[in-house]
Write a protein that binds this ligand. Structure first.
Ligand SMILES: [Zn+2]
Length: 71
């Protein structure tokens, strides 16, 4: 039961922008939702929202791009 088994990386569209990796300029990513732990949530003063971040993991270099939900 590997983390990325039976799954292909895919391009990610953020609104009008296609996500490119900050490091290697790759365009295919695995997608994960990550529950922020208390320490991280406190750092961002988000304790009360129980936030979930969207994570896009570059299939070429493994760099994790993650985004907080902005309402
Ligand atoms: Zn990359």
């Amino acid at each position: 039961m590997g983390l990325f088994s039976r799954e292909r990386p895919e391009p990610v569209q953020l609104g009008d922008v296609t996500l490119h990796c900050e490091i290697c300029k790759g365009t295919e990513f695995w997608t994960r939702d990550a529950q922020l732990n208390t320490a991280v949530a406190s750092f961002f003063s988000l304790e009360w929202t129980n936030p979930t971040a969207s994570c896009f993991i570059c299939s070429q270099c493994g760099y994790i791009h993650w985004f907080l939900p902005l309402d």
